[in-house]
Structure formats: C-alpha cells, structure tokens
Design a protein around this ligand. Structure first.
Ligand code: NAD
Ligand code: DAU
Length: 369
C-alpha cells in the first residue's frame, strides 16, 4: 500500500479509527482520506491528532450523497477504497431500520458507482485499484453446530444484517457484471479501544463504572466469536496487499464465549483493575468489593436474537497467510484498562444522545426472574 491514495469511510467510528491509526503509521507515503458523516457513532476526537498533523485529510460527508462522493473521487482519484461506514448496531436497526438501508445499502451503491466511474478505462479498469467492503459474519445468520465458510448462503435475520447482506450482494454484482475490482471481508465480533458503549463489552464496563445493573439478554447463552480490532485491521491490510479481486474472506479467531460467561469475566477483570489501580476507583460509583455477579440482570431477549455466530477462517489463513495474534484474556484486560484510563472519552459520549437511547432500550425493559 505504498504511495497510494486511500479513501477510508467510517474512519471516525470504532474499527475505522483503529484502522486509520494503524495505517497512518504503516503507509507513510500514501495519501489517506477519511470520509465520515459523524453520526452519533463517529467521533472526530478519535483522529483529531492525525488531522492536525496533516497525516490524514478528513471530509465530513454522507456516503449516500452521490454528488459529493463523485466530487471527492474526481478530486482525489483514489486507488483503494475501504468501506467501514455503516449503521452498525443490531438493536438500533430493530427500533428503526430506515437509516440502515440508506447508509448500508444506498451508501455502498454510491461508493461502488463513484469508483466504477473513476476507475473505468478503455479496456476495463485501471491497474492496481481495489474496493474493499467491510462486512460481517452476521450475514450468514445463526449456526447451532459447525462453522460457516465463505461458500455458505446468506441468511440474515436482523434489519442490520439484512442491509449488510444486501450490500455484499451489490458488491458481488459489480464484480460479476463489470469485472469491478472488489473484495469482501466478513469479520466476527470485534472488541478493543474506541468502541461505542452501546455494544456488549464497553456497555458492561461503562455500566459497572457508572453504578448500573448489567443487562444480559434472555438466558445469556447466545454465543459470539470475539476478535481484537487490531487483528481485524491487520487482516484488511494483508488482504489489500495480497488478494485477487472477486474474493470473499471470513475473519475470525475461534474465540467463542457465551454472553453470561463473558459478562462474568468482564466483572472479574474490572474489579481486578480497580483493585490494582487506586486512580481508577475515583471514577467508579462502586467500590471494588461491590463489583460482583449480583449486578447482573437478565432482561427480555432481543427479538430475532441469533443464537450462535461461528466462522471458519481457513481461507484467509491459507491464501493470505494472516492469523490473529491477540489472546482474548489479554486483549480484554487491555481493553478494560483502556476504558478505565479514558473516562473523559467515555463520559463525553454517554452524556448526550446515548442517554436517550439507553432509556428507550433498557429502562422499561422487562426483567426476567
Ligand atoms: P461504528 O458504528 O462504530 O462506526 C460507524 C462509522 O460510520 C461512524 O464513524 C459513523 O459516523 C460513520 N457513518 C455512519 N453513517 C454514515 C454515512 N451515511 N456516511 C458516512 N459515514 C457514516 O461501527 P464499527 O463497529 O466500527 O463497524 C465498522 C464496519 O465494520 C461496519 O461496516 C460494520 O458493519 C462492520 N463490522 C463491525 C463489527 C463489529 O464487531 N463492530 C464486526 C464485523 C463487521
Ligand atoms: O458479528 C459481528 C457483529 O457483531 C457486527 O456486525 C455488529 O456491527 C456488531 O454490533 C456485533 O453485533 P452483535 O449483535 O453480536 O453485538 P452486540 O455487542 O450488540 O451484542 C453481543 C451479544 O451480547 C449479543 O448476543 C447480544 C448480547 N447483549 C448485547 C447488549 C448490547 C446483551 O446480552 N446485552 C446487551 O445489553
């Protein structure tokens, strides 16, 4: 990825921030352009130092705004597009799916079309260009036993995953119809720094710090496969450097946890971090000995809640030579440490729109016996 113009969409969100921070260290000769609408999930503070030091160019823009996106592509002539921008939270898609279609489906179509226009030459497409669609393992749906490979049919169940599956099919259609240079990645559940505290791991950490109950949906037996965000970002860089066009890759780390065991582990890790570091206790509503499993509250399940996500990542390991490096217990400890060390960042986020969302999602939710 030397000497390229790289457009990264959604670069002020969780994974996008980690990716932009990683790539701005690695691809020093490249021009990095971040496009982000700065929705509730996007936070300019995450990448402000990189903007100020001119390591990246930031453009606030909706990826479904055709004219603006075409203009940006005309101005910068990118060689790589990495599309992280999305509405990403399943629970919010259940409350209102409209934006998920606008951003995840129409936004993807807009980027594909902008790139097709910009990359078309007489005999096809420019050399050395690639569009990478950041997708999710949720497009395969739920699996009781075994693992999904890239060959499994798509079977999404939530409006979020349906919108991501639609986007994947659009990308595939551009490759099949035009020979458009594109790849799709489908990653499992990410964790790590900068994740918005609507998602399970940062929500539980934040609830402990702010003296709230810990909501576990249903019986807590749903299973997710967790991967550290830096392993996901490294996989994307490796794919951009090594993959042929038209390929799809699962990215997972075979780290399955059911939700209740994971929440119990987070409780232990937060308590241990608080006991080790007096500085962290000043932010917390609970003293370390109050941080126990008694805080857990089983609440009404998420409608259509997928039971288990599990993917087979053999293809990326064999074809690209990538493998995950971060051991989950260590990654989780570092993540808890990051959240406890960055309470200003958290407090700012949970002060505005989040309060309204939390109230709507949790305050009147039935508590199960
Ligand atoms: P996020 O919600 O933290 O960030 C999304 C970013 O996209 C935000 O910065 C937001 O401002 C921006 N955005 C939203 N709508 C936009 C629009 N219309 N135009 C421009 N920017 C817009 O999401 P995330 O967890 O970082 O996920 C990033 C991508 O990775 C998504 O495509 C998601 O589907 C995919 N993914 C996420 C996970 C995960 O566990 N978080 C796993 C696999 C795949
Ligand atoms: O699998 C990849 C996907 O992982 C990504 O595509 C999504 O963008 C990302 O949000 C994530 O989706 P999940 O629905 O799996 O993540 P979430 O953190 O919302 O929930 C993880 C599990 O925890 C899930 O089984 C629901 C449960 N849960 C979640 C919340 C927020 C609870 O029990 N309580 C909660 O309060």
């Amino acid at each position: 990825m030397e000497d390229k113009v790289i457009i990264i969409t959604g670069g002020a969100g969780f994974i996008g921030t980690n990716f932009v921070r990683m790539i701005s260290k690695n691809a020093l000769d490249s021009k990095i352009i971040v496009i982000d609408l700065l929705t509730y999930a996007g936070n300019i503070e995450n990448i402000k130092d990189l903007i100020d030091s001119k390591k990246i160019i930031f453009i606030q823009c909706d990826i479904s705004n055709t004219q603006k996106i075409f203009d940006i592509f005309d101005q910068y002539n990118p060689e790589y597009i990495i599309n992280f921008a999305a509405e990403s939270h399943v629970d919010r898609s259940i409350l209102d799916s409209r934006k998920f279609i606008e951003t995840n489906v129409l936004g993807t179509q807009t980027l594909l079309e902008a790139a097709r226009r910009n990359w078309t030459v007489d005999n096809g497409f420019k050399d050395d260009v690639m569009y990478l669609q950041v997708s999710t393992d949720e497009v395969y749906g739920s699996i009781e036993k075994g693992y999904f490979t890239e060959k499994n049919p798509l079977d999404p169940h939530s409006p979020y995953s349906a919108s991501k599956a639609s986007a994947d099919l659009l990308v595939k259609s551009y490759f099949d119809t035009y020979g458009f240079p594109a790849v799709i990645t489908r990653c499992s559940n990410n964790y790590g720094p900068y994740q918005f505290p609507e998602k399970l791991i940062p929500l539980i950490i934040n609830n402990i710090v702010s003296g709230k109950k810990l909501p576990v949906y249903g019986d807590g037996k749903n299973i997710r496969d967790w991967i550290h965000v830096s392993d996901h970002c490294n996989a994307i860089i490796d794919i951009l450097n090594k993959s042929n066009s038209g390929e799809t890759y699962n990215i997972g780390s075979n780290t399955e946890w059911n939700n209740i065991d994971l929440v119990r582990l987070i409780i232990k890790v937060v308590r241990a971090e608080m006991e080790k570091n007096d500085g962290f206790q000043k932010y917390s509503k609970f003293s370390p000995n109050e941080i126990t499993e008694n805080l857990i509250e089983f609440v009404k399940d998420r409608p259509g809640h997928d039971k288990r996500y599990a993917i087979d990542s053999t293809k990326i390991m064999e074809v690209i030579g990538w493998k995950p490096k971060i051991f989950f217990e260590k990654g989780l400890r570092d993540t808890v440490h990051w959240y406890l060390s960055n309470q200003q960042w958290v407090k700012k986020i949970v002060s505005g729109e989040y309060k309204k969302y939390y109230k709507q999602m949790y305050e009147r939710r039935e508590v199960l016996k």
